[in-house]
Ligand binder design. Structure first.
Ligand code: ADP
Ligand code: ZN
Length: 293
């Protein structure tokens, strides 16, 4: 079985791994994200001499994942110092003569869950991360969704909770979904880190109120067969039943589907790849690169 290289390129840390086409990870390393020169030199030295036959990279964004575009392979307009316009694919190609697949971290995670995880029996799925930001990746009929660029499902508009006076953290939109429901908005609204709020704190009802609205929109637009929700905030597993019931209230019985009614607990689920979701996502991208080479 071929050896594959996986890069989970995060804004705070990079994780690199060597794995196989069945999704097993044989070796991994993690280091902080500093400048592209320093960080990418560590990536290259990790993979050198390991004999990987393809490399997949799932990256923080925004990025240009559209093959044939003049800026394909770059991290584009990130506010993260030094990384704006960094040509990730160009850099990797200059060091490794193997097929490379480059996509968003959440598209990678969606493909990983679709290939080996919670969505492996579905033809389409959505992976949503609720962490420092909110983002989602979609697999439709086996293909990751791209378009002009990639979807930005965290920045959608939501109806305000009647008891929420917090203005929102998004520098572009204020109270878009990410602005009111990502990890940093929890800590600013309630004055403590999300991880420190008790399980019965009203924060979770409000959090579910926002996430359920987002899911309603995603379901009505994309009709995914499975929805996987990960990221730091979703470690609060009590959110799942709250989201299920708020979503059912919002849908108002409009969709006559088992998935959104009796079986909703099997429809909107945590990642099966757990803390390996990001790295396995990059591994799934590498598998795709090899298959399409
Ligand atoms: P990132 O999005 O940066 O890749 P994470 O998915 O771990 O990383 O998300 C980090 C965010 O999630 C932070 O805002 C943090 O406060 C929040 N978070 C992490 N763990 C928990 C937890 N157990 N409960 C609630 N919020 C959490
Ligand atoms: Zn926004």
């Amino acid at each position: 079985m071929s050896l594959l290289g996986a890069i989970e390129a995060g804004g705070t840390k990079f994780v690199c791994g060597i794995g196989k086409e069945d999704g097993t990870v044989l070796e991994r390393i993690s280091f902080p994200t500093t400048t592209p020169e320093e960080t990418m030199a560590q990536v290259v030295s990790f993979f050198e001499g390991k004999g990987v036959e393809a490399i997949g990279a799932g990256s923080f964004g925004p990025i240009d994942p559209v093959k044939g575009s003049p800026t394909y392979g770059r991290i584009t307009t990130t506010p993260k110092p030094h990384w704006s316009q960094f040509d990730m694919v160009g850099y990797l190609r200059s060091h490794f003569n193997v097929p490379i697949e480059f996509d968003t971290d959440v598209n990678g995670a969606a493909l990983g869950e679709y290939t080996w995880g919670a969505a492996k029996d579905a033809d389409s799925c959505l992976y949503i991360t609720v962490g420092t930001g909110i983002g989602a990746g979609a697999v439709v009929n086996g293909e990751l969704v791209h378009g002009l660029s990639h979807p930005e499902m965290g920045h959608i508009m939501v109806r305000r909770h009647p008891k929420d006076s917090y203005e929102g953290t998004c520098p572009y939109h204020g109270d878009c979904l990410e602005g009111v429901a990502a990890g940093p908005s929890l800590s600013r609204r309630w004055g403590v880190q999300g991880a420190e709020l008790t399980k019965d704190h009203p924060a979770w009802e409000m959090e579910a109120y926002y996430l359920a609205q987002a899911l309603m929109n995603y379901i009505l637009i994309l009709s995914p067969q499975k929805i996987v929700m990960g990221g730091g905030v979703m470690k609060q597993l009590q959110l799942f039943p709250l989201i299920h019931s708020q979503l059912q209230q919002l849908l108002g019985g409009y969709l006559q589907l088992d998935e959104t009614n009796a079986n909703i607990a099997d429809y909107i689920v945590p990642p099966q790849l757990g803390d390996n979701a990001g790295l396995c996502g990059a591994l799934a991208l590498a598998k795709k690169a090899l298959a399409e080479a």
